[in-house]
Design a protein around this ligand. Sequence first.
Ligand SMILES: Cc1cc2nc3c(=O)[nH]c(=O)nc-3n(C[C@H](O)[C@H](O)[C@H](O)COP(=O)(O)OP(=O)(O)OC[C@H]3O[C@@H](n4cnc5c(N)ncnc54)[C@H](O)[C@@H]3O)c2cc1C
Length: 51
Amino acid sequence: MKITVIGGGPGGLYFSILVKKAVPTAQIDVFEHLKLKGGQPAAVRYKNNHL
Ligand SMILES: Cc1cc2nc3c(=O)[nH]c(=O)nc-3n(C[C@H](O)[C@H](O)[C@H](O)COP(=O)(O)OP(=O)(O)OC[C@H]3O[C@@H](n4cnc5c(N)ncnc54)[C@H](O)[C@@H]3O)c2cc1C
């Protein structure tokens, strides 16, 4: 089974984890157009840290 996930935010990453647990042989490709993974939470910066 091949799955392509667009977006490495919480939704895309959690979906990928659940699918991998349910179908360990699944090949999952996650495409994220930002350098950071983690979606909106990763984009928040405070004192040079990503929250
Ligand atoms: C300031 C702030 C504080 C928050 N605090 C909390 C909190 O305390 N607790 C909480 O539960 N929720 C919080 N949220 C809400 C939480 O961030 C969102 O509910 C959550 O990020 C949604 O996850 P998502 O994966 O659906 O979308 P997103 O986080 O938006 O992830 C989508 C990802 O897809 C990528 N993407 C989009 N289009 C493409 C494309 N064409 N190709 C490749 N990649 C693409 C984006 O770059 C992004 O990384 C907060 C949100 C903000 C903005």
